[in-house]
Design a binder for this molecule. Structure first.
Ligand SMILES: Cc1cc2nc3c(=O)[nH]c(=O)nc-3n(C[C@H](O)[C@H](O)[C@H](O)COP(=O)(O)OP(=O)(O)OC[C@H]3O[C@@H](n4cnc5c(N)ncnc54)[C@H](O)[C@@H]3O)c2cc1C
Length: 385
């Protein structure tokens, strides 16, 4: 389908497609098998300007938006969903600064992040605060011109490879989510520690790690927004970043479909390529149709978000929900089309199925996306009465 991309967006897509084909795909199996985060690829992404896509021009970026980030994520994920996160999770870590940071914070941090000189990460999840993110316990206690952070964040993408961490912590525990604040924490601050490195089912080329704050001293000027606004900053961040997960899911699904079509054309059973069997054709047709429907929703949601529309939470959750469910279904069917060979690590397809699963879980599980959508529907209906 034609999504009427501008010349600039088409050029970005073609550039990232070339990088994905020539630089990422040849490394994907090795990075996955050995669980390697590739700094060589980060260098290529940085030189190609991919880290600056969501950063305004005034702070060294190209001033594009959520749609362009979606295009980048989709193209990279066709080759390797894990590698995609080296870019997408840095954008996630930058969003709190872009959305709610002050001039001084933007000038200090965004240019080097846009250049890809450093990576960013976003720290919300804790051992006792996953879907129920409001149960966070990480504490930020004011001590003169610093805050002292104590607590543990888990499952942090780009943990250990990022230099800049945007962190949600409680400044006033009595007030619950209204007592949370957002901070910019550098990995060289005293009391910043790396915890357990995760060994994952999929996206194994992405670094995922526990981050520990042990009397970590953070200057007051690194608080994003006012005290008590941290949860709002986190929710606004997720509204902007969920189409990135959705487009990662789209790329995974499209990459799997492309492999399944090729395989079906060449695998001969009953004296004919399995692609000539109607049962296989129907599967391929459904996979392609579901992907296109998800892409239409992701691009529409991204465009709406980039237009500064209000109430973007609902469409952002919808596109993440749909694209990730499509990715899981399509990759499972793709493995089916490969038959027994699809189950073997000698073939690239099983990786797509393992990679797809995370898109239904992170940045809010799909149960949580359904809650976001339903609450928004019910709120809208109530406001019309
Ligand atoms: C690889 C990876 C990378 C991640 N990266 C980051 C990151 O960079 N930064 C960050 O902050 N976090 C990150 N996360 C955390 C991720 O967002 C959480 O894992 C996710 O939100 C779910 O939380 P949980 O794992 O604690 O599951 P739980 O909240 O314990 O959920 C368990 C199950 O219960 C269901 N459930 C929970 N509440 C409800 C409800 N009210 N109604 C119906 N069902 C419900 C869930 O859908 C799920 O199926 C990452 C996670 C992973 C696995």
């Amino acid at each position: 389908m034609d999504y009427f991309l501008t010349e600039e967006q088409t050029a970005l897509r073609d550039l990232v497609r070339k990088i994905a084909d020539e630089k990422v795909r040849p490394l994907a199996a090795k990075l996955d098998r050995e669980g390697i985060f590739s700094w060589d690829l980060v260098k290529i992404f940085a030189e190609s300007g991919l880290y600056g896509v969501v950063v305004p021009e005034a702070y060294g970026g190209t001033g594009q938006g959520v749609l362009e980030l979606a295009i980048v994520s989709e193209e990279l994920a066709k080759a390797c969903a894990g590698v995609t996160l080296a870019v997408a999770a840095s954008a996630l870590g930058m969003f709190p600064i872009i959305i709610s940071g002050n001039e001084e914070q933007k000038n200090r941090y965004l240019p080097e992040l846009a250049e890809g000189k450093h990576l960013a990460a976003f720290c919300l999840t804790e051992p006792e605060a996953g879907s129920d993110a409001g149960s966070l316990r990480t504490r930020a206690k004011r001590d003169g011109d610093h805050y002292i952070l104590n607590g543990t964040k888990v499952f942090i993408t780009n943990g250990g490879v990022a230099h800049i961490y945007t962190v949600i912590a409680l400044t006033d525990p009595e007030k619950g989510t209204r007592g949370a604040s957002a901070f910019i924490v550098q990995d060289d601050y005293p009391g910043f520690k790396l915890g357990k490195e995760e060994d994952k089912m999929g996206i194994r080329a992405s670094a995922t790690r526990e981050i520990i704050f042990d009397d970590c001293r953070v200057p007051v000027e690194n608080r994003i927004g006012r005290e008590g606004e941290g949860f709002k900053v986190a929710m606004k961040t997720l509204d902007k970043s969920r189409p990135g997960v959705a487009s990662q899911a789209l790329g995974i699904a499209q990459g799997a479909l492309d492999l399944a079509v090729d395989y079906a054309r060449t695998r001969v059973q009953f004296g004919q390529p399995i692609a000539s069997l109607q049962g296989i054709q129907f599967m391929l047709a459904d996979m392609a149709t579901q992907i296109e429907a998800a892409r239409a929703l992701v691009y529409a949601a991204a465009r709406m978000i980039d237009s500064d529309a209000r109430n973007i939470g609902q469409v952002s959750a919808m596109c993440k929900l749909m694209a990730s469910d499509v990715a899981m279904k399509v990759t499972t069917d793709a493995v089916q089309i490969f038959g027994g060979y699809g189950y073997m690590r000698d073939y690239p397809i099983e990786k797509f199925m393992r990679d797809a699963k995370i898109t239904q879980i992170y940045e809010g599980t799909n149960q949580i996306q359904r809650m976001v959508i339903a609450r928004s529907l019910i709120r809208d209906a109530a406001s019309k009465k």
